[in-house]
Design a protein around this ligand. Structure first.
Ligand code: TYD
Length: 212
């Protein structure tokens, strides 16, 4: 990307891994260090992409795997253009809760769509923009889903959360495979007993990456 001055951090993981909480804490930490930080998410992050999110997560809709894939990519294209690119050009830190690795993990390893096809679509949607750093928060899906249920933001779950445990275990395999393939970019953070202890591991990675 031309004129990219900012830093692009993505946060990834299975359901209930604590990404959203850790993303917020990371935003605060970096702001306290003097960075201008934008926290955003996929699917979503702007008006059009949030509308697509509503379709994607609505449990009453039956959506084919390919339609699902294209909707995730469509929401990404608008989000990239409206939020990610302008902020990186301004020199801001962009923290994105989920990005292209989720598409490989969920639509590739979960739905079994050909990985090469997804890589091609990811590339088109992102114009080749890659995260500088990806924090992958690793948790066993069974534990994550139980945690999400306790937190009460699950009830019966959205359209993706309602998938079988086998599906979610395959998604985790996807993330673990990606972490092995791209060790320089993707840092695997093992979920700790407390939010604060997981945050310590994240901060250690961030300090290495930013040399702060
Ligand atoms: P998320 O906002 O993380 O939901 P929650 O906070 O409830 O965990 O993500 C919504 C769902 O979208 C999640 O189940 C993963 C799924 N997803 C994909 O299947 N493919 C993708 O490319 C992305 C970005 C998300």
């Amino acid at each position: 990307m031309k004129n990219k001055k900012g830093l692009f951090i993505t946060v990834e993981g299975c359901e209930g891994c604590g990404k959203s909480t850790q993303s917020k804490l990371l935003k605060q930490y970096l702001q306290d260090k003097g960075f201008t930080v934008v926290l955003t998410r996929e699917p979503g992050g702007n008006i059009v992409a949030e509308k697509i999110r509503d379709i994607l997560l609505n449990p009453s809709f039956k959506i084919t795997s390919l339609c699902e894939l294209f909707l995730y990519e469509a929401s990404r294209i608008q989000h990239l253009s409206d939020v990610i690119k302008p902020n990186l050009q301004k020199g801001n830190v962009v923290i994105c809760d989920r990005f292209t690795d989720s598409t490989i993990a969920y639509q590739g390893f979960g739905r079994k769509i050909d990985i090469k096809t997804i890589e091609k679509l990811n590339n088109v949607a992102t114009e080749g923009i890659k995260p500088d750093l990806t924090l992958y928060l690793d948790i066993a899906p069974k534990t994550g889903i139980e945690r999400a249920k306790i937190k009460n933001d699950f009830t019966d779950g959205d359209r993706i959360e309602r998938e079988t445990l086998k599906f979610h275990n395959n998604v985790r395999k996807g993330f673990l495979t990606l972490a092995k393939m791209y060790p320089d970019r993707i840092k695997k953070i093992k979920n700790q007993d407390t939010i604060a202890n997981t945050q310590k591991l994240i901060i250690a990675e961030i300090e290495k990456c930013l040399k702060i």
